[in-house]
Design a protein around this ligand. Structure first.
Ligand code: DAH
Length: 333
């Protein structure tokens, strides 16, 4: 019996020594120490047929052998683990860690705000849920005016019939309602810009989204002229499209809240003219609605689509790309 234990132990030690992988070591553990058919266990099981004295002698020997084999296995496993770690291949490319970044529209808006604040404009916020009064009436677009058709509108379902147009709600179709809202509570001279989301009930296509963003500008003073507008807008466009050679032109147009009204088009080298904003000199009726005497004040206003500017600057063919959340697009900025 002594001899059996000795043989088992030395065989086990040899096998452990030869083992090259942790799987092989595990197999050795099963073969020698396994509960069911392990060789050492078989010896222990056979003890029950021996006289008590023998049991007392052999028992501790077997326990000792088990302990030593276990230790040898643990030791071997540790050295194997160290050995099995593949050597670092320093020619492999590093793991790229993903960092978040601003959405291209946010970047564009930030850039617009940076330029206008450098021209001493203040940035003002306005409500997205707007009344018919500020969105249309005070911009010289009365209820029966055909110009309302320029802005397809999301009207809000209201439980009670609205008492008047101040109580009749819609999602603002442009940022222009902030013109009179601001003038009602501020004295000129001032110059502001109002960035924000706007909404139109439109059929969606590459250049139309139901939800888009605009930035409105308004400058009012004693003698603010169209020349001032041209200067500000030229500074803005040059700075926004920096590095790109652009031409721009002011084309006469119609908006009920300005007189005269223009649209500004820009053209990159050799491409076609693209419209970037509507603008003009604030209409006297709008000043009256704001409580200003139109004889005392004059000013210019403009409004442009932020997506539009980003599409031109970054060569983006479809406005829907800003909103579909496709990371392949967003990650390019
Ligand atoms: N609000 C107009 C639109 O969304 C754009 C616009 C035109 C704004 C002329 C202005 C302006 O401030 O003077 O179509």
């Amino acid at each position: 019996m002594n001899k059996d234990i000795d043989t088992i132990q030395s065989e086990a030690a040899e096998a452990i020594n030869r083992a090259k992988t942790s799987e092989e070591v595990e197999a050795i553990r099963v073969r020698y120490l396994g509960r069911k058919e392990g060789l050492l266990n078989n010896v222990l099981k056979s003890l029950k047929d021996l006289p008590l004295e023998e049991k007392r002698r052999i028992g501790p020997l077997a326990q000792q052998a088990r302990k030593e084999i276990e230790e040898a296995i643990d030791f071997k496993l540790k050295s194997l683990v160290e050995f099995e770690i593949p050597e670092e291949d320093i020619t492999l490319p590093g793991k790229r860690s993903e960092t978040g970044h601003l959405h291209p529209l946010t970047k564009t808006e930030n850039e617009i705000l940076r330029i206008f604040t450098s021209l001493n404009f203040s940035v003002i916020d306005g409500p997205e849920l707007e009344s018919e009064y500020y969105n249309f009436d005070v911009l010289n677009i009365p209820a029966d005016h055909p110009a309302r058709e320029m802005w397809d509108t999301f009207w809000i379902k209201q439980d009670k019939k609205p008492k008047n147009s101040k109580d009749h709600y819609l999602l603002r179709t442009h940022t222009s309602p902030m013109q009179v809202r601001y003038m009602e509570t501020h004295e000129p001279p001032f110059q502001i810009i109002v960035p924000g989301r706007t909404f139109r009930y439109e059929a969606l296509d590459a250049s139309h989204e139901a939800n888009f963003s605009q930035v409105e500008g308004l400058m009012v003073g004693k003698d603010v002229s169209f020349a001032n507008f041209k200067f500000v807008i030229e500074q803005f466009l040059k700075s926004f499209f920096k590095g790109k050679k652009i031409e721009f032109r002011f084309r006469s147009s119609y908006f009920p809240f300005v007189e005269p009204g223009v649209e500004v088009d820009i053209k990159f080298k050799n491409s076609k003219w693209l419209e970037v904003m509507g603008a003009g000199m604030v209409h006297p009726r709008v000043f009256e609605f704001a409580g200003y005497n139109p004889r005392d004040w004059q000013g210019f206003a403009f409004g442009c689509g932020i997506e539009r500017l980003a599409m031109i600057k970054y060569n983006i063919p479809d406005i829907r790309m800003f909103y579909n959340g496709d990371l392949r697009f967003i990650k390019q900025f």
